[in-house]
Write a protein that binds this ligand. Structure first.
Ligand code: MG
Length: 260
């Protein structure tokens, strides 16, 4: 099931995405009563996807991200896979939705794309053992861990390098029935392929990462875990259209704009 969050008539709602972009009339949204973090019902009211504005599929209290979780990417960054996963936060204000602009930060001259599988947490949890990880996951979406690479090199903590406004595009929706073990993951810039990998190349699995993170902190419904990026990261310029596609989920597209 694909669950999208969107605005319609000035209101925000969740809906189940039915159909494919290739369908003659395109996909429709079956608006749900309530929200996807509890039991919900379909309202039966349907609207064409093309007539709504998709929003970030969740509003996380925090995004916990993992660095260097693909060996080839660790190598291109000039390092090894760390013995303990590198974790960092992206603030709630970094989150932006499908189709939203990524404002190029004024304090950087080198902004990179990082295509990542995002895990969306479905219920409050802490100290989750590996065998219970499935129970706390609502589903998966596409993410772009947009990074000011020059600032990441010069500042020890990455709050600015990876936390600026618009640096965490999420979407287009949450896919709830998906095995994350080995999915194709791709990033294109202006239609040209930049990153291509498989989630099966992750050093630590989704279950490993959720266990590791929840040893330290409580995750809340709607919180998001970014699982690292495959090799091929590279620069973005103002005017570029960057797209993250993950097999079984869909494509998250954003345009880089000059910050106003
Ligand atoms: Mg990353």
């Amino acid at each position: 099931m694909r669950i999208a969050r969107f605005s319609i008539d000035g209101n925000v709602a969740f809906g189940i995405v039915e159909g494919e972009p290739s369908d003659p009339d395109g996909p429709v949204l079956d608006i749900i009563k309530g929200h996807p973090f509890a039991e919900f019902e379909r309202s039966g009211r349907k609207v064409p996807l093309a007539q709504v504005r998709l929003l970030p599929p969740v509003l996380p209290s925090k995004v916990v991200a993992v660095g260097r979780n693909y060996a080839e990417h660790a190598a291109e960054m000039g390092g090894e896979v760390p013995g303990v996963p590198i974790t960092f936060f992206k603030p709630s204000t970094s989150v932006t939705g499908p189709g939203d602009p990524i404002p190029y930060p004024s304090f950087s001259q080198e902004v990179h794309h990082e295509a990542e599988l995002a895990v969306v947490i479905g219920r409050m949890c802490r100290e989750v053992p590996r065998e219970r990880v499935q129970d706390v996951i609502l589903g998966y979406t596409c993410a772009n861990d947009v990074t000011a690479r020059d600032v990441q090199r010069t500042e020890e903590q990455w709050a600015r390098a990876k936390g600026f406004d618009g640096s965490c595009p999420l979407g287009p929706w949450v896919e709830t029935e998906l095995d994350p073990a080995d999915l194709g993951i791709m990033c294109t810039v202006n239609g040209e392929q930049r990153q291509l990998g498989r989630t099966g190349e992750m050093v630590r699995s989704v279950a490993d990462l959720i266990t590791h993170i929840t040893e330290a902190m409580t995750l809340l419904p709607g919180d998001v875990v970014l699982t690292g990026t495959p090799a091929g990261v590279g620069p973005l310029s103002v005017g570029d259209e960057v797209a993250v596609t993950i097999e079984g989920i869909g494509t998250l597209t954003n345009k880089v704009i000059k910050r106003g």
